[in-house]
Design a protein around this ligand. Structure first.
Ligand code: PEP
Length: 257
């Protein structure tokens, strides 16, 4: 067992308005048991418009759940119509910001460089980036998965600090497993997460790499989470679809029971 505190995060993507979001978190809290909160971090990442409602709920009900945002703009403020800055997120008690998930890389043309800029901006305001990396199906089939992931990691972590290893989370999300029902086998996921840790030791140093948390993401469900979380280099899960069901997300969070 490592000393790393497991971190389970739900990425709701563009689902749930602010009223539905409140209900989802209330139901989640109902399904969770006290022991589920112990020794692990639970994060929900709703759409921006629901952050304020969830912040209020977390405060009023004293829920040990952290708030995450799905994106940010790297500038503190300015003429960036439609964008949201990290200081704005900080005011809402957001603790984590997802940087470079596959959809933003593929649909919004986010580069490793931009992702690193966002991650640095997140850290500048004492929030924590969850930096996502992962290969597409063709790359895996061509035997290039490791090279692709290592490349993304180096590019997306340019200038990103790991002085406090808890303040940086890596999410390995094979793109072919996201929202498809296909999951990497626990062995394949472990192999890649171990390779990511080795690379982190090169970027930072060995003891820092040992302390950084690496999540797996890609069709994580109640039925596969235990095996995935049982792998030595997998310290958490970034959950998409299954985080929209309070029952399923509670089972994922409660996988140790
Ligand atoms: C994700 O988008 O981060 C994700 C892993 O989605 P899903 O769990 O639905 O595959």
């Amino acid at each position: 067992m490592s000393d790393r505190t497991p971190i389970i995060a739900g990425n709701w993507k563009m689902h749930r308005d602010h009223l539905e979001a409140i209900q989802l978190v209330q139901k989640l809290a109902y399904h969770l048991q006290e022991e589920d909160y112990e020794g692990q971090e639970i994060v929900v990442c709703p759409p921006f418009v629901a952050l304020r409602s969830i912040q209020t709920l977390i405060q009023s009900d004293k829920l040990p759940i952290s708030l995450g945002a799905q994106n940010c703009h790297p500038e503190d403020e300015g003429a960036f119509t439609g964008e949201i800055s990290v200081p704005m997120l900080a005011r809402l008690d957001v603790r984590y910001v997802i940087c470079g998930p596959s959809e933003r890389r593929a649909l919004f043309a986010e580069t490793d460089e931009l992702i690193a800029t966002k991650a640095r901006a997140v850290q500048k305001h004492d929030l924590r980036p969850i930096v996502c990396v992962g290969e597409v199906k063709e790359e895996r089939e061509a035997g290039k998965a490791l090279d692709v992931v290592v490349d993304q990691l180096r590019g997306s972590l340019q200038g990103v600090s790991a002085d406090d290893p808890d303040a940086l989370v890596i999410a390995y999300e094979p793109v072919w497993a996201i929202g498809t029902g296909l999951t990497a086998t626990p062995e394949d996921a472990q192999e890649m997460c171990a390779a990511i840790r080795t690379e982190l030791a090169g970027i930072y140093d060995a003891s820092t790499a040992e302390a950084i948390r690496i999540q797996y993401g890609g069709s994580v469900k109640p039925g596969n989470v235990r095996q995935l979380m049982g792998q030595p280099d997998i310290d958490g899960a970034l959950v998409g679809g299954a985080s929209l069901s309070s029952e399923d997300f509670a089972l994922i969070v409660g996988h140790r029971r």
